[in-house]
Design a protein around this ligand. Structure first.
Ligand SMILES: [Zn+2]
Ligand SMILES: [Zn+2]
Length: 253
């Protein structure tokens, strides 16, 4: 069994065949999918899917791309949404200095506000970090002892991974670990304790080899788990069992 701890099955890309995607995931041994909100409307959709399908869980929050669109009412609505039974995390939130779709200072402000909100709600956070390692670490270190969660699509080096582990965070590994040039990520996967590792698809994005370039979906996570098993030199079942247990420990799913 596996848990896809980060997907966006609420997105338009899955409108036509969402049930087929869930069916294929079940057949591939996926026990649960955590579908992650990127703005208020999208978070509402995520919660709706979690209510409808037993294998789907939801996270609510506003992605750094949309930081500029947040108003005080957004937070009020997210708080209400977060009380739904199958909301198990707050996110995805963070910083994206690669695309900078919202200004940097605005992203940092909104990230801080949403970290506070996660503390208030008592939910683990799902962190998005793109080209913002230093600022992400500075921010989450301020919440040491108050907040943990996962750094999704981890893109830092082993040293950063260790700092995240010290703060109580999990490291989530996407399909990019199968890409030829992902040397640093494979190094992290090889060295960190399996007890702190999660697997994710980030579907519909980042399909692993041999599906690279296609729309990603939860069933493809088996390639990622297979690669992790190969890198660590352990049987596939060990990776599946342990990462599933980790997802249970962090999200209660
Ligand atoms: Zn992300
Ligand atoms: Zn995502």
């Amino acid at each position: 069994m596996l848990v896809d701890t980060h997907a966006h099955i609420e997105l338009q890309e899955f409108e036509k065949d969402r049930e087929g995607v869930l069916e294929r995931a079940k057949k591939a041994g996926i026990k649960a999918i955590l579908t992650v909100g990127i703005d208020l409307d999208d978070s509402k959709k995520a919660v709706g899917l979690a209510e409808r399908y037993s294998m789907v869980y939801a996270a609510v929050g506003v992605h750094p791309h949309d930081a500029s669109g947040i108003t005080p009412e957004t937070y009020e609505e997210l708080k209400t949404l977060a009380r739904a039974e199958k909301v198990v995390a707050y996110g995805e939130i963070g910083l994206d200095f690669f695309r900078n779709r919202s200004p940097k200072d605005m992203q940092i402000k909104r990230f801080g506000e949403q970290l506070d909100l996660s503390v208030e709600l008592g939910l683990p956070v799902i962190i998005h970090d793109r080209d913002a390692h230093k600022e992400i670490m500075d921010m989450i270190e301020c919440y040491k002892g108050k907040l943990t969660g996962v750094v999704h699509c981890f893109s830092g080096d082993y040293e950063m991974a260790c700092r995240c582990l010290d703060l109580g965070y999990y490291i989530s590994v996407p399909g990019t670990v199968t890409y030829k040039n992902s040397v640093m990520l494979r190094d992290v996967v090889r060295k960190i304790p399996l007890e702190r590792l999660l697997v994710e698809t980030d579907a519909p994005f980042l399909a692993p080899e041999p599906k690279r370039g296609k729309r990603n979906e939860s069933s493809f996570i088996t390639y990622t788990a297979g690669k992790i098993a190969e890198i660590r030199g352990v049987p596939y079942e060990v990776v599946a069992t342990r990462t599933t247990q980790n997802a249970g420990d962090l999200f209660g799913i």
